[in-house]
Design a protein around this ligand. Sequence first.
Ligand SMILES: CC(C)(COP(=O)(O)OP(=O)(O)OC[C@H]1O[C@@H](n2cnc3c(N)ncnc32)[C@H](O)[C@@H]1O)[C@@H](O)C(=O)NCCC(=O)NCCS
Ligand SMILES: Nc1ncnc2c1ncn2[C@@H]1O[C@H](COP(=O)(O)OP(=O)(O)OP(=O)(O)O)[C@@H](O)[C@H]1O
Length: 275
Amino acid sequence: MDIASSICLNIIAFFCGLTTQRCKKNNTLLPIVILCTLGFAQGYIFKHFTTTKKITYILSACLLISNILGRNLEMIGLTGGIASGKSTVINTIKENFKNIGIIDCDAIAKEVVTPDKRAYRAIVKAFGKDILAPSGELNRDKLANLIFSDKNARTKLNRIIQPYIFFEIIKRVLGFRIKGVSNVVLDAPLLFESKILTYFCCPIITVYVKNNDLWLERLCKRDSINVQKAQERIACQMPIEQKIQKSDIVVDNSGTLSQLEAKLITVFGKITNSK
Ligand SMILES: CC(C)(COP(=O)(O)OP(=O)(O)OC[C@H]1O[C@@H](n2cnc3c(N)ncnc32)[C@H](O)[C@@H]1O)[C@@H](O)C(=O)NCCC(=O)NCCS
Ligand SMILES: Nc1ncnc2c1ncn2[C@@H]1O[C@H](COP(=O)(O)OP(=O)(O)OP(=O)(O)O)[C@@H](O)[C@H]1O
């Protein structure tokens, strides 16, 4: 019990460290407050066990180290509207910056709903078997049509799936830290909508397509949908103007792929060399 509590406190201390850059930027003392609270929580927990002073000192040092490990990890948030080019950005990063770790929330959202996973069972329970393809997997097109046209269904799906996505993000971030990776990109279409993720990411990059017609054209073509449906899907997310305003860096993807690549090499070159 004491070891489990200690591991949990260390994980919290690590993620508290990860919020440091964002809190510095926003001028808040939140990480220090959380760290002190953790110290007290640890003291309280261990008071009830027969531990020596030496062990308490070692455990406190562990908390501090976990916090420093979190501080030294740079989590770069990548977001933007639907079909704005986030996956294209990720492909460019993979090619040009081999040392950057990637966490793709869309991919995680697909993995956590494979048949017989807990999220899959919860979705089938909530939406019925109609939402399944003959193979037993989720019928993603059907689910997409449903959630992009019905706010209640969207909220219901988000409530079911997002805790599993967050849990997976935590696991992957810790995995990267253990491997010694110090820059991680979190590709999260709903980064600002989730609110909590914004505390862990600094800087946050928003990719957008300045030319609205071009944006609609790319979305219609990629998802094989008409303009009306494309507009409906765009309207399901926070307006892009708000995302831009909340971001630290914005990348306009109205140009060609090579123009995008050139912009990204400059942006990520600066971020990774700034430490
Ligand atoms: C609705 C689903 C089944 C559609 O699957 P599909 O394979 O057609 O699309 P894909 O997963 O690649 O998502 C495409 C894009 O749709 C947008 N989107 C997805 N889910 C949502 C949502 N709940 N609200 C608003 N936009 C969303 C995002 O921009 C995403 O990049 C799928 O997107 C899903 O499970 N969504 C809920 C999970 C979620 O919140 N994903 C975002 C991770 S932060
Ligand atoms: N600079 C570009 N020039 C031409 N086509 C592009 C460019 N950038 C992206 N695209 C195309 O636009 C479409 C959307 O891009 P992409 O899939 O990368 O967006 P996304 O933001 O990851 O989408 P989502 O998060 O909604 O899945 C794709 O078909 C992609 O090939």
